[in-house]
Design a protein around this ligand. Structure first.
Ligand code: TXA
Ligand code: MG
Length: 311
């Protein structure tokens, strides 16, 4: 692995693209200080240029060099949750260039905990711009196989590892203005953040395209997907003539050929979510019916992704 890590870091230095595992989802990385490398990254993802990327670092001190104001709140959160699945939005420093911030005055920073990501970032010793390793708008990749499916070509190296442990993207918290806002829920919950901050946080599902996670239809399968309350699932299946695929908590129904039964525990559900949606997407059905999860806060991040997947 060491030789692979060194090769990956060399590719990044030369302006290439390296896909690598993180604890949340796989990322597609490029040198965050290299404009043409980042341009290649956007082209590979077919991502609009005004959508900012998250920059990844091995440690908090390095990450904060990309911010010009580091509030106490950022330091406290970094001390508690980094390395880990949390992205902080801060006012950018001169090191965070326009081509990674989408021209905004803020930058997204993250220190991932996955040992392979850590090894790569330490070896590279700089910021790695890394959106999720999927074509823009599509389901994030949570396995090496998914990355290959998304990018049959155009990536210089894929650092292979097992399935992503968390399965959904990092929690994004905006600390760049007086009003702290949760831009994307994730494994690290609002309550956990509030405990450290000792203050309430606003949930802001911004509809503005300033951050792509805020787009209505995102993290989506190609097959139209529909979120269905548990009590309506049976009727939804019954009324459809064309084949449907179902993602549900309950046991498979024999009228349905493609059915994936999901765990009732939110962390296990998150881990399986994108793989399961990809599998059902490949079934060639007319619709994917998704049984809605409970309305409780521990399901917030999953509900968010399912709402986006169903547009
Ligand atoms: O778990 C993750 O965060 C993964 C892994 C690879 O680290 N990365 C990821 O990146 O999900 P991406 O680019 O697919 O999603 C990042 C989200 C996007 O919605 C992006 O627009 C938003 O973060 N974002 C990045 N910088 C921002 C900023 N300065 N202000 C607001 N949103 C920002
Ligand atoms: Mg993404």
């Amino acid at each position: 692995m060491n030789a692979q890590i060194r090769r990956a870091a060399e590719i990044l230095r030369a302006g290439g693209l390296v896909a690598f595992p993180t604890e949340t989802v796989y990322g597609l990385g490029a040198d965050a200080s290299n404009a043409s490398a980042v341009a290649r990254l956007y082209a590979a993802k077919r991502r609009p240029a005004d959508h900012p990327v998250i920059v990844h670092f091995a440690a908090a001190e390095e990450a904060f060099s990309f911010a010009r104001e580091i509030p106490k709140t950022a330091e406290a959160l970094a001390a508690r949750f980094w390395p880990g699945p949390l992205t902080l939005i801060l006012k950018r420093s001169a090191q965070a260039k326009d081509f990674i911030t989408g021209g905004q005055d803020t930058v997204g920073l993250r220190v991932p905990s996955h040992p392979v990501a850590q090894a790569l970032l330490r070896e590279f010793a700089g910021g790695v711009a890394a959106p999720s390793a999927n074509v823009f708008g599509r389901l994030s990749a949570t396995s090496t196989a998914h990355v290959k499916e998304e990018f049959p070509s155009g990536v210089d190296l894929i650092l292979e590892a097992g399935p992503s442990e968390v399965g959904i993207e990092s929690t994004i918290l905006d600390l760049s203005s007086a009003e702290i806002a949760l831009l994307r829920p994730g494994k690290i919950s609002k309550r956990e953040l509030e405990e450290v901050l000792e203050t309430k946080i606003k949930s802001k599902r911004a509809s503005s395209p300033r951050h792509s996670g805020g787009l209505e239809r995102h993290y989506a399968p190609k097959t139209p997907a529909l979120l269905v309350p548990p009590h309506a699932l049976d009727a939804e299946i019954a009324k459809r003539k064309a084949p449907v695929a179902v993602l549900a908590f309950s046991r498979p129904d024999e009228r349905v050929d493609y059915w994936i039964r999901m765990p009732r525990e939110p962390r296990a559900y998150a881990q399986r979510l994108y793989g399961a949606l990809r599998e059902l997407d490949g079934a060639g059905c007319e619709t994917i019916l998704i049984e809605a999860p409970p309305e409780t806060s521990e399901w917030d991040a999953i509900r968010d992704r399912l709402q986006r997947a169903t547009g």
